[in-house]
Write a protein that binds this ligand. Structure first.
Ligand code: PAF
Length: 282
């Protein structure tokens, strides 16, 4: 696996791949890779002839006071993991390469509607940062297919809208959440949890499972969500949101059957997110 740091080298290498009519599959990441990321690489291998991963801790998607500086940078370990997973090319640019004129001067991409509320409500500007860097990566790599994890459910919805609105000829693949044995969704931020918090963390998923069972059993949505918030607080979380939405993140109506429960909650300084699909009864 080659690691490239410069845009010109990336374009040249990918130009060769395209001339050989190879299908390019992209896995964008911020590094500190875990089994969830490696599932994205595995999926990309099924969809493409050449798998390109990117590692870039994107400052534009972090708000003031968030964990940009603390975000783990583990390039050497990540390179080994990507190589073993069958990744062909890693693009790991510097911030100056991606934003040569600085963040303030940078042209931005904003996806209205789907970026609002949920994580967009608790992290203002976050999805503009994601949409901007993902558009740039799509432009630099020009992949045929791109794989994103379903844990970041709203992020995937934002990127779907972006691909449609900007007419990127890219097939998007959502890859199911990879969980630890106790149910905790894998995330680079799990590494911030101390042992006590790590023991509590799976309660987020367990609560979602209990709420799913209640909702599928016909319990009222409002009271079920209120119970869920109470359970999370009792367990030691500080919930950001707990919501039931239609799969496209629109509001649930009387005719909605397929739906998704979405939650974000803090355990100390660590913000965890998770989601779970369910089917409402008739
Ligand atoms: O999901 C992530 O790791 C990031 O938000 C992404 C898509 C790589 C953009 O920086």
């Amino acid at each position: 696996m080659r690691t490239l740091r410069e845009i010109a080298a990336l374009r040249e290498t990918l130009g060769d791949c395209r001339r050989r009519c190879q299908r390019i599959a992209l896995v964008p990441t911020m590094g500190n890779l875990h089994a969830g990321h490696l599932a994205l690489v595995e999926s990309a291998r099924r969809y493409g002839d050449v798998v390109v991963a990117t590692i870039f801790v994107n400052p534009m998607q972090f708000g003031a006071g968030e964990d940009l500086d603390a975000y783990p940078r583990t390039l050497a370990e990540d390179q080994e993991k990507l190589e073993s997973a069958g990744c062909d090319l890693l693009f790991a640019p510097t911030t100056a390469t991606i934003y040569p004129r600085g963040l303030e001067a940078q042209t931005r991409v904003s996806v209205p509607g789907v970026s609002q509320g949920l994580c967009g409500g608790s992290r203002p500007g976050h999805f503009d940062g994601v949409a901007t860097v993902v558009s740039m990566l799509f432009n630099l790599v020009q992949p045929d297919v791109a794989c994103f994890g379903e844990k970041d459910y709203q992020q995937l919805a934002v990127i779907r809208q972006l691909v449609a609105d900007l007419h990127f000829p890219i097939e998007l693949v959502g890859v199911p959440i990879v969980r630890a044995e106790d149910g905790l969704a894998l995330s680079s931020r799990n590494g911030y949890l101390d042992p006590d918090q790590r023991a509590i963390a799976p309660r987020l998923y367990r609560t979602l499972c209990e709420l799913r069972d209640a909702l599928e059993g016909g319990e009222a949505i409002d009271t079920t969500l209120a119970t869920g918030l109470e359970r999370l607080r009792d367990a030691g979380f500080e919930p950001d949101y707990l919501e039931l939405r239609a799969p496209d993140l629109g509001a649930v109506t009387a005719t909605t059957r397929d739906a998704v429960l979405l939650a974000a909650a803090r355990l100390g300084p660590t913000r965890l997110i998770d989601n779970l699909a369910l089917t409402l009864p008739r």
